[in-house]
Design a protein around this ligand. Sequence first.
Ligand SMILES: [Zn+2]
Length: 842
Amino acid sequence: MDLSRTLTGFGAALLATALLAAPAEAGAPGDTPSTRDFGNGPERNEVAAVDSIASQSARTLPAEEPASTWSLRKRKGYPRQTSLPVWPANPEDRSIKLGLVPYHEIAPKLNALQQASDRVSAEIIGKSAGGRDLYLVTVTAPESAGETARQDHWRELIEDHPAAAKRDRALRAGYKAPVWINANIHGNEWEGTDGALRVIERLATATDPATKDFLEHSRVYLTVTNNPDGRVAGTRANGAGFDVNRDHATSTQPESRAVRDVVIGTQPFVMLDEHGYTGTTLIEPATAPHGQNYEYDLYIKHALPNALGMEKAVQQLGLPETAAADIPFRDYAPGDWDDWPPIFTPMYAMYHGAIGHTVEIPLRVNNADYNNLPVEELRRRARINTDVAAATIEAALTYTGTNRATLLADQIEQFRRGWAGEPSPTIPDGFVPGFGPEDRFSTTFPRAYVIPAGTPAAARLVDHLIANDVRVTRARHDFTANGKRYQDGTYIVDMHQPKRGLANVLLEAGRDISDLVPQMYDISGWSHGLLWGARVDASPRTLPHVRTSPVTRATPTGSVDAPRGRDLTLSLRDGNDVRAVNELLAQGVKLRRTDASTIVVPAEARPEATALAKTLGVRFTAAPRGVKGDVLDQPVIAGAVSADELFALKEMGFTVQTVSTAVLNAGFDLSGVDTLIVSSGLSYTALNATARATVDAFLARGGGVITRGATGAAFNAAAKVLPATAVAGRGDANGVVTVNNEGPVVGAGSPAHSFVYSPIWFTGTGFTVEQRYGADPLVAGHWLPTSAGVNGPAQAAGQAAVISGATAGGGNAVLFGTEPLFRAHPKGLYAGYARALFWTAG
Ligand SMILES: [Zn+2]
């Protein structure tokens, strides 16, 4: 696009600075029209995680627990006044320097507003990773308990019986339009919170007839800060180091789970996710590629006019910094700001019936600017940003109030199409101004998905689907479908359901979109169907012919299938198997290992095994009589790992001492360590002489090594771990790939698919190939060769993706060119990584 159109004076200077400050990305084209802030992306190889939240290790793996006991349904009307606990004043809160509301002042403010107005209700909907309260504010005209119950009934009718909802005159007249404002999901993008609080204050006290009428016909829900840990600390990520706005669909973090429950519970017509800072205000709708599972016509017909209304409101602030707004759909080239993956809050919300918008307020106050700009300038910017946030929220409320009837009709239509199993309509060019062939995406939904039961992976997936409001049933007897025989208890996802788009975007393989656009904003591939370790069969045309029952929770899967007195074996096929092994080791049970994936549990530990079979859903079987194996000790791990890897390792029950270049240079002692993991923030060449000698000594005595990614490959070369040469694919390439499993450690028992981000492959001899990239490896995602025509999937085809071998010192090493723990998403790859960990530690 023509950058000059949107860039003038001050804004242009800001944007130029922002572009220069953006992380370098190998092979990605330049001229990005907006600041690209990556979440757990390329920078995750640079910054080693520090273990700041020890309590995370107490999490249990299988539970898809709700974010809180919070529920919209309380048999209460509105207001629902609460007294929110007040947090101690924290003078270190990074909001203070900007003149913004620090986290500890939010609860007192909300308590005062609840006291002052019968339109305001505030409640706690969960806790952040760092343990802080997450607030939901509801602003609406008072309702009796009976009126609220009727609203609840209507909301369910819209989703469950859209045809009846459409005919219901009382519903059409009386249903309150739900709007949801999510603020501050990136902790160092502060002012969405302050803008939201300002809007709450106005709505609480306004006496004009328009506001009163609006609140009679609407409910406004505001999650005033979705990331209190980051707000306080001045970080994008939450307290666990996760970018919450990349976590939807996987939902590993309490912050994303909390708003998942809000969006399901409130079913908003319109939602805004308030971010910053793009130099010029940015308001979605996004560019192509558009997610192929949306009912995009129902979205764009509202999203564009709502964005234009927000743009106008920003312009009416009358400041030079607010003279223009960028609307990516209108102003940017395809791929520059797309809505393809369901990992962003507004995109995720679209599948629940919302017209979702990311809004980026303009003036940068975070990162280097936070430290370098004068306080007065920071506060001036923060005031303008707050004005912009408030203006966009007010404009979206106005749009919702004005278009309540059509928004209702279109949400009903989205769910109706789902139930009816109708193809999404083909949208004609010019449907809205600027809609062209590049915007046209659609898919053919399968008639059903079939998920055989009995494994922890299947149970995890089914519980995850249910937590996402996807409807799942269970077959009541054996059946045959598409020539395959399935057992009683098999799960079925009938795709004739209101949120079929969400079901499909989670379960489908996805699509290779490399040819469509030169680059993408974030990941382009994911697949719970291919990467979560459960078998998922699509039934393209027919619903399996079998009686079913609805499922509210997956059937427990664990068992101990062995005669009493016999030793047991556990096969490491799932993250929960690994967790069980780690729990047994932590309980002092003496385990043995007969090969990389087979663990022997002594007969006398049967009670412990039985308990774990129950809680983790894992299956113990009878060990062959007289089997021996090597003693398996709890591995002592030092890890220079990214935050998402640390999280995934803890999910599996590993204890990791976090290290980095700096930590080793400060004299970290590797003498008791079994395995050193290098994937983030550890450079052998940047080590001082003492630290290098420590690493050399570790390798010389046969210490184990695991590496991943570019940082790991550089360490392998510099420290001479395995005689392999790493070849890097394009830096921004990512997606689901096919792999051929060959080796005994990672390869044996791994799924036929893996995930890559900045893929790597290995050449040379003197090692064992564990996994190779398939012949045409990219199944879904975006992976182009570089301009020289190399480093693409064609070059990776058939090459070694994961290798294992013996180091010169006699230790074991495994090198990953794939991303088995990426953002804690590919749960089906966890066990392969863990097998590598036990093997290198042994
Ligand atoms: Zn953001």
